[in-house]
Design a binder for this molecule. Sequence first.
Ligand SMILES: Cc1ncc(COP(=O)(O)OP(=O)(O)O)c(N)n1
Ligand SMILES: Cc1ncsc1CCOP(=O)(O)O
Ligand SMILES: [Mg+2]
Length: 214
Amino acid sequence: MNYQPDFPPVPFRLGLYPVVDSVEWIARLLEAGVRTLQLRIKDKRDDEVEAEVAAAIALGRQYNARLFINDYWRLAIKHHAYGVHLGQEDLETTDLKAIQTAGLRLGVSTHDDMEIDIALAARPSYIALGHVFPTQTKQMPSAPQGLEQLARHIARLGNYPTVAIGGISLARASDVLATGVGSIAVVSAITQAADWQAATATLLQLAGVGDERS
Ligand SMILES: Cc1ncc(COP(=O)(O)OP(=O)(O)O)c(N)n1
Ligand SMILES: Cc1ncsc1CCOP(=O)(O)O
Ligand SMILES: [Mg+2]
């Protein structure tokens, strides 16, 4: 697959990609050395989350990190985030041209071949593939795709930057990375860990911090 996104490119290897719901987590993880991360706050109005989104973006910039904002694309544009992450349903209701014109990167969720076709048509900066394993963090309408399906999708996408998500624990991270995926996105492996610093350090060792350039 030829990587010619309509949005600014990202490195093929985005490395460890924690997805968290507060600016406190963003600050901790940046301090721990993470350089790709996402602020994912669900189901609030823009005015309720704007201060948190703006603070997270400012921190991301301070650490020269790749901070993606989930869902709140207008706020991401307003506060000049590195990027935005959108789901399939969001694609229909989002002004993608506005994100592109503002120079933000775009990541898009997919769950199967058809959704990959739809995502590719938007020519995003990266494609997320999920959920790989059962997850307690988000209710999923489909079954987990498993490692075999993930590997098939990675092979199909060639040099397109990819992110695997869903049920990726410390124990499973190596097998996921062995598919050739460029990044592993995790929630509970870090936020529910008995020792989040140790978990983050181990995951950083396995997945890396991501490459500097695309
Ligand atoms: C890296 C990454 N991949 C997938 C998702 C899921 O996004 P979405 O489908 O928009 O669902 P919500 O996260 O909004 O519930 C993600 N956030 N990050
Ligand atoms: C947001 C999201 N999208 C697909 S799976 C998922 C949750 C991943 O969380 P965990 O790493 O705890 O399984
Ligand atoms: Mg979303």
